[in-house]
Design a protein around this ligand. Structure first.
Ligand code: NI
Length: 226
């Protein structure tokens, strides 16, 4: 499921992050990938140990936690502390698959990457190219969103970022282990959650809504791994 999560950050939050990132020291993005990824990755990142990465990453996670669509779609269990990247001057990231298991940097704790998230911090007219291309069984999808908006997609997807031909593409990116490992299961739960909210807003029969809500939770109970 490829899903657009609109307005995760306000314009003010984006402006604040951009101001902080404009002053930041960046490092070669190849430091955080294996040899396969290093062959095709050409971008800059905030160093993993950078205090700014932690500070802005916490702001990103806090904003997502408050977002009802994100919560309903992702059902987050564990989240890697967000990273920040910058593509410019022809920078790109060729087709790759994200690593399956990642260290959180907190002791032995690891995250299985079920879902990948990119949060855009530059508006589409600020840079040329830089589309995120996600390839799945339905073909290739091209994603370039307004600053403050996010995209989530299965980490099992092949994906790439096309060369940035003008300006700079600035984004935050990270991975989530979901309570529900299976993408199609998460999709069913999101659709049921959405339908229940719509029925409630329309003043539908309370007993029927209660019954559907029970089904939602009992499916989640069946599928959730903690
Ligand atoms: Ni990737």
């Amino acid at each position: 499921m490829l899903l657009h999560i609109p307005e995760v950050l306000t314009r003010e939050q984006v402006a604040g992050m951009r101001a902080a990132l404009a002053e930041a020291e960046w490092t070669d993005g190849r430091q955080t990938v294996g040899p396969q990824g290093a062959k095709v990755k050409r971008n800059l990142q905030l160093p993993d140990a950078s205090p700014l990465r932690r500070e802005l990453g916490d702001q990103v996670v806090a904003a997502l936690t408050r977002h009802p669509l994100y919560h309903a779609a992702v059902l987050p269990l564990r989240t890697i502390s967000p990273r920040f990247n910058r593509y410019e001057g022809g920078g790109e990231y060729g087709f790759h698959i994200d690593g399956a298991v990642m260290s959180t940097g907190r002791g032995e704790e690891h995250v299985r990457s079920d879902i990948s998230c990119t949060l855009f911090l530059a508006d589409p007219d600020e840079y040329g190219g830089g589309e995120l291309i996600v390839s799945d069984t339905y073909g290739e999808h091209e994603v370039k969103l307004p600053a403050g908006d996010a995209i989530v997609y299965p980490s099992s997807s092949l994906h790439r970022v096309t060369p940035v031909t003008r300006g700079a593409r600035i984004a935050s990116f990270f991975w989530i282990q979901s309570l529900v490992r299976d993408d199609s299961g998460r999709r069913l739960l999101l659709e049921m959650d959405t339908a229940i909210r719509t029925l409630s807003a329309a003043g539908a029969d309370q007993a029927a809504i209660l019954q559907l809500t029970g089904v939602y939770h009992n499916l989640l109970r069946r599928w959730a791994e903690t």
